[in-house]
Design a protein around this ligand. Structure first.
Ligand code: SAM
Ligand code: SF4
Length: 428
C-alpha cells in the first residue's frame, strides 16, 4: 500500500514539473513515506531524518508522509526541525496544493485531517514496472483490532467507485499491463458507492474479465468479511490467482476475542475449509502476532497447532508491538520481550519446516510464471507463479532476448524453504 501511495505521490510531483534524481543527496525535496505499524518501522524514519539533518541548511526541503506523519503530527516539527511538510495519507488529495505552499516558502505545511470521504484517485501514477500494477480499491479501515494503529493513521474506510476502478484497470490493460493487484487494508469490505453497488466478489470477477488481463491478485482480506462468493468468483476464472492471504493473527479464540478480530478459530477454519475444498488448489498465507497481552503458553500452542492444521504456504510473523491510541495499550499481562522473541523463533522454525515440505511437493510439476527479471550471476530468470512463489529458472535462450514480461511454463526441478528452481518447459 505504501509503495503504491509513493507511486501516486511521485506521479503528482512529475506532473507538477519535478523530476526524480537517483540519490537523496542530489534532491532539492526529500520525502519520506512512512509506516507506523510497529515501533521498529517508526524508529527507522527518525533515524533517517537525523542522517540528513545537516543538509537542511543547504536548501533542501524535507517532508514526512504516511502513517508516522499522521500519528505524530506537528510534533515532528519539534523532533526534526528541518522538516517542512507533514502529511498523512488521508490528505494526499491535497498534495498538489501543499507543494505550492512549500514553493511559496511556507516551512510548516501540514495535511493531517482524517475527516475525509475522498480516495486518492489520480491519473498521474508513476509506475516503474511495465507489466504488474497496483490499484487501490478501498482506503482506511473501520475495524478496531486492539493492537492496530491503522484506523488512527489512515482514517475511515472509503471505497472507490467500481467505474473508476474498472476504468483504471482497462487503461492499464490497454497499455500492456497483464497483472493487477487490488489493494486495501480490508479489500473484502469493499462497497461500491455508486448506484451499481458491487460487492468485492463482483468487482473481482469484473476486473478479471477485462481483455488482456492475465493475473489478478488482491490483498488484504479480513477473515470476517471473507465470504464464500469470493471463493466462487475465484473458482470461476483462472485469471484470479491461486493465492489467498488471510491473516489469522492467533490460533486461540481467547486471544482473537481480546484482539477484537470479530471471528473465532472455528469461523476462521471454516473459510480455510472453503478454500481447501475449492475447485483449484489455492496457496494460503497469513500474518501471525506473537506475545499479544495475555497470550499464555497454551494460547501460543493453539497458534502452533493451527499452523500444523492449515499448512500455510508462507507467513509473516511479528512480535506484538504496543502502538499509540490502541485498546491493547491498556491491557495487562504483558508478555516479556525475550519470551516474545522465543515464540517468534518457534513460529518461524515450524513454518520453515512446513514450507520445505510444501515446496518439495511441487517438484516435477509445471508452473506458469510471469518473468520478472534476470539473475545475471546465476544465469537464471526470475519468475513468479500464480500461487505467488518465486521460481528461478534456466532457459535455452540465454539472455539474448529479454523474457521479462512473458508468461512461460516452467518445470520445477528443485525447491527450498522460500523459492523454487526449474527449467523452461518450452523454447521461444
Ligand atoms: N488489514 C490487514 C488485516 O487486518 O489483516 C493487515 C494490516 S497490517 C498493515 C499488517 C499486519 O501487521 C497485520 O496483519 C498484523 O499481523 C501486523 N500488525 C499490525 N499491528 C501490529 C502490532 N501492533 N504489533 C505487531 N504486529 C502488528
Ligand atoms: Fe488494522 Fe484490523 Fe484494520 Fe487490519 S482490519 S488494518 S489489522 S484495524
Amino acid at each position: 500500500m505504501n509503495v503504491h501511495d509513493s507511486e501516486k505521490v511521485i506521479g503528482t510531483l512529475l506532473q507538477q514539473g519535478y523530476s526524480q534524481v537517483e540519490e537523496p543527496e542530489d534532491a532539492g525535496l526529500v520525502l519520506y513515506n512512512t509506516c507506523s505499524i510497529r515501533d521498529k518501522a517508526e524508529q527507522k524514519v527518525f533515524n533517517r531524518l537525523q542522517n540528513f539533518k545537516r543538509d537542511a541548511g543547504k536548501g533542501k526541503v524535507f517532508g514526512v508522509l504516511g502513517c508516522v506523519a499522521q500519528q505524530e503530527g506537528e510534533k515532528i516539527f519539534d523532533r526534526a526541525p528541518h522538516v517542512s511538510l507533514v502529511c498523512g495519507s488521508a490528505s494526499y488529495t491535497r498534495f498538489g496544493e501543499m507543494l505550492v505552499q512549500l514553493e511559496a516558502g511556507n516551512r510548516r505545511v501540514t495535511g493531517l485531517s482524517l475527516d475525509t470521504e475522498d480516495t486518492f484517485d489520480t491519473p498521474f501514477t508513476r509506475r516503474d514496472n511495465p507489466h504488474r500494477a497496483y490499484i487501490t480499491i478501498i482506503e482506511g479501515c473501520d475495524k478496531s483490532c486492539a493492537y492496530c494503529v491503522v484506523p488512527f493513521t489512515r482514517g475511515p474506510e472509503r471505497s472507490r467507485t467500481s467505474e473508476s476502478v474498472i476504468a483504471e484497470a482497462r487503461g492499464l490493460a490497454e497499455r500492456g499491463y497483464t497483472e493487477i493487484q487490488l489493494l486495501g487494508q480490508n479489500v473484502n469490505s469493499y462497497r461500491d458507492p455508486s448506484p451499481a453497488g458491487w460487492d468485492f466478489a463482483t468487482l473481482l470477477a469484473r476486473v478479471a474479465e477485462i481483455p488482456g488481463m492475465r493475473r489478478v491478485r488482491y490483498t488484504t482480506s479480513h477473515p470476517r468479511d471473507f465470504v464464500k462468493s469470493i471463493v466462487d468468483a475465484m473458482d470461476s476464472n483462472e485469471v484470479l490467482c491461486d493465492h489467498v492471504h488471510l491473516p489469522v493473527q492467533s490460533g486461540s479464540s481467547k486471544v482473537l476475542a481480546a484482539m477484537d478480530r470479530l471471528y473465532t478459530r472455528d469461523e476462521y477454519m471454516r473459510r480455510i475449509e472453503w478454500l481447501k475444498t475449492a475447485r483449484r488448489r489455492y496457496a494460503l498465507t497469513t500474518d501471525i502476532i506473537v506475545g499479544f497481552p495475555g497470550e499464555t503458553e497454551r494460547d501460543f500452542q493453539d497458534t502452533l497447532d493451527l499452523l500444523d492444521e492449515v499448512q500455510y504456504d508462507s507467513l509473516f510473523s511479528f512480535k506484538y508491538s504496543p502502538r499509540p491510541n490502541t485498546a491493547a495499550l491498556a491491557m495487562e499481562d504483558r508478555v516479556a520481550e525475550d519470551e516474545k522473541q522465543r515464540r517468534l523463533i518457534v513460529v518461524q522454525e515450524k513454518q520453515r519446516a512446513i514450507q520445505i515440505r510444501r515446496n518439495a511437493e511441487l517438484i516435477g510439476g509445471i508452473q506458469e510464471v510471469l518473468v520478472e527479471g534476470r539473475h545475471q550471476a546465476l544465469g537464471q530468470w526470475i519468475g513468479r507463479t500464480s500461487c505467488n512463489r518465486t521460481l528461478n529458472f534456466t532457459h535455452p535462450d540465454i539472455g539474448e532476448t529479454s523474457l521479462v514480461g512473458q508468461y512461460l511454463p516452467v518445470r520445477v526441478t528443485r525447491s527450498g524453504p522460500n523459492s523454487l528452481v526449474g527449467e523452461s518447459a518450452t523454447v521461444v
